[in-house]
Write a new protein. Sequence first.
Length: 568
Amino acid sequence: MRTSGIIFLFVAVLFVFLRGCTSPEGQEERGSAVFSHGVVVSAHPAASRAGVEVLRVGGNAVDAAVATGFALAVCYPRAGNIGGGGFMVLRLADGTAMTLDFREKAPLKAHERMFQDEQGKVIPRASLDGSLAAGVPGSVDGLLTAHNRYGHLTLEKVMAPAIRLAEKGFPITRKQADALNRYRDDFLKANKGIPVPFVKEEPWRQGDTLAQPELAATLKAIRDYGREGFYGGWVAEALIRQMEKGEGWITREDLRQYRAVWRKPVRGEFKEYSIISMPPPSSGGVALIQLLHMVEPYPLSEWGWNTPMSVNLMVEAEKRVYADRAKYLGDPDFVKVPVEELISREYCLRRMRVFRPGKMIPSDSIAAGDPYPYESEETTHYSIVDGEGNAVSVTTTLNRSYGNKVVVEGAGFLLNNEMDDFSIKPGYPNSFGLVGGKANAIAPGKRMLSSMTPTIVEKEGKLFMVVGSPGGSTIITSVFQTILNVTEHGMGMQEAVNAGRFHHQWRPDMIFYEQKAFSPSDTVELVRMGYRLKKRTSIGRVDAIRVSSGRSLEGGADPRGDDMVAGY
Ligand code: GLY
């Protein structure tokens, strides 16, 4: 009796374990799951399913990325978007890699002091609220440009799931209901009493249906007329009317001129891994490679995960990298960014020369380095690998949650408040506390600096990981830690995503951390070293895929959100 009970228990545990680790055809998982034909990991179950739906009918990773991107604009409106911008990093099965920059741009009327008053004082929240806070949207041109070059399926097929979700609606999650209730007053204020789909009489509850018929009509215009369906025609007219009403500066000419740009990826080596990531106007790829180079000589795996020794090293590297970011990074179409110098291993090691294990160096004694002598909250990420081994890593954003919360009347989409990512005055912190200067000053048609870090990692020349995160300034450090969790600390993909995170960005001189990142005794030890610590409920939201030998695709969906792995 006792023996059979133990056997039963063992079989039950084994069943639960295997169910969590492997997935038969078409299964989907909130947490980790392993597939062999294709995987999509995104911030919303309906968007992950949209990507897999397209993979199953013969679409490749780019088709799936376009389907997931448009679906997120519908079912994850706090960050998924057509009114914002983002970045895509692609690696084809043959190893060719490239990136697509569809970051928003400052309107042509914009100028360096547009968010300052006559005395040069920053006008509070002017770069965050209202139509003036919006950059010229890039997402639609970006997704269509990627689809034109690499998609296999018709636009009609890849946009079908998003249009269906917008027309018929979808059940919202508990987290979404809470957020919509929390932002109710902001939506009312931003839209001056015009009805928007995100506000209803009664409070939202989990499982309520959110339908967006106006957004469905806009998506159909894009499906039928391509970029002209958004940057021209009635949708553009609706956007211009919104600008006129809200005293925004985006014009028909801004929309006509907007084009996504293919850029060469930024690349770096870390041990046996090759990092392929986003170059400027994101700071993400440069910063990630700098961080990896700075920690590379130290025995992190021996020191252990998030031990005071490891945290000390990583934080001291982070301070230096964010100081460099503030000085050197900006839109490469406007300023010379010394990318190769900043990511050179020699420069990164020189920046760490004064580092001594166990010693805290205050941010005030750290300034940006000098690479020249050697010659010169809210965002969302999704990762996709298809059956042929093509990989796509996309991070996209409206900047803060629901952007500026203005819904374009008649066209149903939210506008971004990305202008706040510029340095609106030298040294003045943006909403993520990041400071900047000349390199990231506002100029007409310029792209604002970003921290988005969509990344693909190769191991010994083969596809190994697709990774990225939302989280403003914490994006870079979330991606950094996730990569180290796998490469240095031997974690599986889901474990690496789940693990507690911490973050330092030079200014303020503070380690932000999640409760589960440090044990109580490690916290005491870090304080003893001289660090100031501040707890945050959550840092980053990583959605990633690890490709193991034999081509098994292990998804890791961040449990901090409603994120989901889907595949087959
Ligand atoms: N809006 C956040 C970022 O691009 O870094």
